[in-house]
Design a protein around this ligand. Structure first.
Ligand code: ADP
Length: 461
């Protein structure tokens, strides 16, 4: 398999070569279509000037005159009526010229060999040093008819230009190849590093950080990659924490159930003890069932269309019901729940919204202080309804608050104190509120308490 670097370099060089050939063909066509005629016209004028001078100047030494013309940069061929010809200057590469052509010029016509020079794909006629590629003009000298054939001596006139262009072309090609090789390395190296980093990531190494400092798409890609690696790392950490906390949360009720079930086997137990043990088993079973329910709900919310039933939800009724259900828990902790719940309705899924309120209230109780207070309120606006849960509990650092709606996230303080939980409740609440086109926000201060506000838009059922 060819590497991307080799492929890129070969493709670019092939493109350069193909462009060079195409550019040559196009400029050759341009020469054939436009420049050839202009060149012919220009040289016809020069030839006529030369011939007129020869014809009009008395006592001109023709031989010396044409040698002089050749020396300033022309290939010259002169012939008389008897077809006795002479060449001046550097020789033509091909000296064939039909007798008819010569005769035609001797008869007084002009020969446009440059304009008529046959078109060839890879040869620019401009450079073809052939007798047929000349301008032929007649002139009379001492009552004798002559034909003069002339073309510029390209080698003499443009020799330096040739070298200049050859150097220019050579250096351009050389530098282009060097720059293509270097440029390809510059472009492809980060992709190679990105590939290696992705491979490392796939083996579970989330600590990888790419330091590609570029402003282009590859730079953006590496920033996204770093973010992705960081997120995956966090998720992995959370997953491990979740597994250990869930295993612990499952393990502890299970061992309680097991322990109390064994105790129940004793026949000497009093009626009161038996009832007490059964109550523990019931509580622990409920705990397990709640946890499983949360996990199931979190999974099923990934396909909400299967579970959502939209209807009118009586918010105040629902919230009062949630508060009533948790009255015993609040009394146990000496927590006072105040509320202001005017009759309000929203359109949504009653059961899912109930889950949101239940979660916010359980959290307000769970993370509250002994003898603290909780305030639950509905604020009925024009376009939206706000539901507020305010507690005087442990609160959160801003850094922690930024993560609480992520799945499996639990603040360190909560975890270290051994408070039960899965880190799923707020993530579920967040998803449900989003499914209702609403938003959930928290304002919190460490040690002072937290206020959660759910804003739901008013819609028609
Ligand atoms: P759980 O309560 O099961 O741990 P949640 O998703 O409900 O999971 O909450 C995530 C985390 O957010 C909690 O572990 C806790 O650290 C923090 N949190 C939630 N509600 C409050 C609150 N009212 N006061 C302080 N911290 C809270």
């Amino acid at each position: 398999m060819k590497s991307l670097y080799v492929k890129f370099t070969l493709t670019t060089i092939s493109i350069m070569l193909a462009s060079g050939v195409m550019a040559f063909l196009i400029s050759n066509t341009y020469y054939q279509q436009v420049l050839k005629n202009e060149n012919d016209e220009k040289n016809t004028k020069i030839a006529q000037e030369i011939a007129t001078y020869a014809g009009n100047t008395k006592d001109l030494e023709l031989h010396t005159y044409f040698e002089h013309i050749a020396s300033v940069g022309y290939h010259v061929y002169v012939t008389n009526e008897s077809l006795e010809g002479a060449y001046y200057g550097d020789p033509f590469r091909k000296e064939e010229l039909s007798q008819d052509t010569v005769q035609n010029v001797l008869n007084g016509n002009i020969y446009h060999g440059m304009a008529e020079f046959p078109q060839e794909t890879f040869v620019t006629g401009f450079f073809a040093n052939e007798l047929t590629n000349t301008i032929g003009v007649p002139f009379k000298y001492k009552d004798r008819q002559y034909a003069l054939f002339i073309r510029p001596n390209i080698k003499l006139l443009f020799n330096e230009m040739h070298y200049l262009f050859a150097w220019l072309l050579g250096i351009t090609i050389f530098l282009s190849i060097v720059f293509v090789l270097a440029g390809a390395k510059f472009l492809i190296q980060p992709i190679t590093r990105l590939t290696k980093a992705t491979q490392a990531l796939s083996t579970g190494n989330f600590d990888i950080v790419l330091d590609i400092d570029r402003k282009d798409e590859i730079g953006k890609l590496s920033i996204s990659f770093n973010r992705m690696a960081e997120k995956l790392g966090q998720l992995d950490e959370m997953k491990n924490d979740f597994i250990s906390s869930v295993s612990h949360d499952i393990q502890s009720p299970l061992s309680n159930i097991n322990g109390y079930a064994s105790l129940l086997e004793k026949e000497t137990l009093s009626k009161q003890q038996r009832a007490q043990y059964l109550a523990v088993i019931r509580d622990e079973t409920k705990r397990l069932s709640d946890m499983t329910e949360q996990l199931l709900l979190s999974t099923s919310l990934q396909h909400p269309e299967d579970i959502m039933h939209i209807q009118t939800v009586y918010l105040s009724v629902q919230l009062k019901e949630v508060i009533r259900m948790h009255q015993w828990a609040s009394q146990e902790k000496g927590i006072m729940i105040h509320y202001s719940l005017p009759e309000t309705t929203v359109v949504g899924d009653a059961s899912l919204l109930y889950t949101v309120w239940e979660n916010l209230l359980t959290n307000a109780l769970k993370y509250n202080k002994q003898n603290g207070t909780i305030y639950v309120a509905i604020e009925d606006g024009v376009d939206a309804v706000s539901v507020i849960f305010q507690d005087e509990g442990i609160g959160l650092e801003q850094e922690e608050a930024a993560h609480i709606f992520e799945r499996f996230y639990r603040a360190d303080t909560v975890r270290s104190r051994g408070v039960e939980g899965t880190g799923l409740g707020l993530a579920i609440a967040h998803t449900i509120v989003k499914l209702h086109d609403g938003k959930i926000e928290v304002k919190t201060a460490k040690g002072k308490g937290s206020t959660f506000e759910v804003v739901l838009p008013k819609k028609k059922a």
